[in-house]
Design a protein around this ligand. Structure first.
Ligand SMILES: [Fe+2]
Length: 186
């Protein structure tokens, strides 16, 4: 996975999904826009080269110091890794899982160490499409309505931190809003 990419934030009125009010790749601007809705966003170093087929343990070992820093700071109890390589036969099913608006009873914390994926945060009458790439840390607070698009042929590795894995079950809102918004690769 050698794709170089840039984080992008697009802020939309939730009624006008094709005309962003804000579009920026500036890391500080992205952090401050997201901070205003309670979402933590930071750009971290993610320099490890992971071989194809690297195990969860290998990914965790490569980023142990970053993970320990988050655990010390926020009290997370569990860590795992989601790693998808291109050509995954279950891609469509995996993508569909979080493509509708939902919320969780605990924070959704993701540290992207390869590839990319898009979070869509629905706060008030705004939708914040945040395309996260390698090095991006995002923490979506408990209760924030959102969805996630990994694209049709996903390629990303994200380290996930939890207080309790049970807290991360998706509670779907039933709002069909996600279908109206541009997808990750649109
Ligand atoms: Fe989620």
């Amino acid at each position: 996975m050698t794709t170089t990419a840039t984080t992008i934030l697009r802020v939309y009125d939730d009624a006008t999904p094709h005309a962003p009010l804000v579009e920026t790749t500036d890391g500080e601007r992205i952090a401050s826009e997201l901070r205003a809705i309670g979402v933590r966003f930071e750009r971290w170093a993610a320099g490890a080269e992971l071989p194809r087929g690297a195990s969860q343990d290998a990914v965790i070992a490569a980023y142990r110091s970053s993970i320990d820093r988050l655990i010390d700071e926020c009290g997370y109890q569990a860590v795992d890794v989601i790693r998808l390589e291109r050509g995954n036969p279950n891609a469509a099913e995996l993508r569909k899982k979080f493509l509708d608006e939902h919320r969780h009873s605990e924070d959704e914390v993701r540290f992207f160490v390869e590839g990319k994926g898009a979070f869509y945060l629905h706060a008030g009458d705004r939708v914040y499409q945040t395309v996260c790439v390698r090095g991006d840390l995002i923490s979506v607070p408990a209760g924030t309505t959102h969805w996630f698009d990994m694209g049709p042929d996903p390629e990303f590795t994200a380290i996930r931190l939890f207080i309790t894995p049970e807290g991360w079950v998706a509670d779907f809102t039933g709002n069909p809003i996600a279908a109206r918004f541009p997808k990750l690769d649109a």
